[in-house]
Ligand binder design. Structure first.
Ligand code: NAI
Length: 280
């Protein structure tokens, strides 16, 4: 008995890296998996079928069921077609993992419109496009569902040289919180993982140079996705999980206790009280 027997899952960007690990882990627990990947390079250039096909073969070799989809997540038509692939191949949809992503890093003053638009399109619009199509199918099905998004410390904490990517990933965090509130009435939960893993997206970062073999393996991220996708995680909604190797933490936005007064503050009074306002 697997945790996900009878369930159907979509993993976007599942042709490599973290998404491939999610697809394998979901299949290992009995889910039938749509392996979506457009098959381009790290910056989003190019396309091909072999990345998705290879992961489909891996799942079939371990006795699982999988189907490939090669659409880009970045359009509404793509999102609809990815969901249609699940319905056509397996007749239902229970789990969506929004994982596809690209990177086009530059500091703000060197960032051009195309770098901004392409990163926002794949991450933020892609998460919206797939979620919209999937939540519609899950609502029609009437048996709830699970949506797991992918944010980043770049968006939640900030990362030099990633204003486009950080904005997209912070946008995904806001999107996750709102969808969690809206979709709960249909029995659909919406959470997000915040991964730290060595993949083609991160392998040339200087801080990844001296990792031991297997340290920050992307497979460490997937048990959290399986947990959230299964009955074990049914009561978790609108939450964020930071995963770095075998270490898992929760992340959330917090406010200080703050300071109140009668009437309106003057800027000078704010200056006098700023350390109390900002005290954690
Ligand atoms: P990766 O580059 O190995 O995987 C991304 C996958 O998405 C690729 O297989 C790519 O072909 C696919 N993809 C790109 N554009 C697509 C599109 N328009 N439609 C469908 N598929 C598309 O990188 P990695 O590290 O596995 O990233 C997975 C997710 O995790 C991304 O959302 C990334 O931003 C996020 N993430 C990764 C971190 C890390 O430390 N590796 C840190 C924080 C977030």
């Amino acid at each position: 008995m697997g945790l996900l027997d009878g369930k159907v899952a979509i993993v976007t960007g599942a042709g490599g890296g973290i998404g491939r690990c999610h697809a394998l882990a979901l299949a290992k627990e009995g889910a039938k998996v749509v392996v979506n990947d457009v098959g381009g390079d790290r910056s989003g250039s190019g396309a091909g079928k072999s990345m998705a096909d290879t992961v489909v073969d891996e799942i079939r070799k371990m006795g699982g069921k999988a189907a490939a989809n090669y659409d880009s997540v970045a359009t509404m038509a793509g999102g609809k077609n990815i969901v249609k692939s699940a319905l056509d191949a397996f007749g239902r949809l229970d789990i969506l993992v929004n994982n596809a992503g690209i990177l086009r890093d530059k500091t703000l003053l060197k960032m051009d419109e195309a770098m901004w638009d392409s990163v926002i399109a794949v991450h933020l619009k892609g998460t919206f496009a797939c979620t919209h199509a999937a939540a519609t199918a899950m609502k029609d099905q009437g048996q709830g569902g699970r949506i797991i998004n992918t944010s980043s410390t770049s968006g939640l904490l900030g990362m030099f040289g990633q204003s486009n990517y950080g904005a997209a990933k912070a946008g995904i965090a806001g999107f996750t919180r709102v969808c969690a509130l809206e979709l709960v009435k249909y029995g659909i939960t919406v959470n997000a993982v915040v991964p730290i893993a060595k993949t083609r997206m991160t392998e040339d970062l200087p801080r990844y140079a001296n990792l031991k073999e297997g340290e920050l393996d992307p497979a460490f991220i997937s048990p959290v996705v399986v947990f959230l996708a299964s009955g074990l995680g049914k009561d978790i909604n609108g939450k964020f999980f930071l995963i770095r190797g075998p270490h898992i933490s929760a992340m959330e936005v917090k406010t200080t206790e703050g300071v109140g007064k009668e009437g309106m503050w003057t800027p000078q009074e704010i200056a006098q009280n700023i350390s109390k306002i900002m005290a954690w």
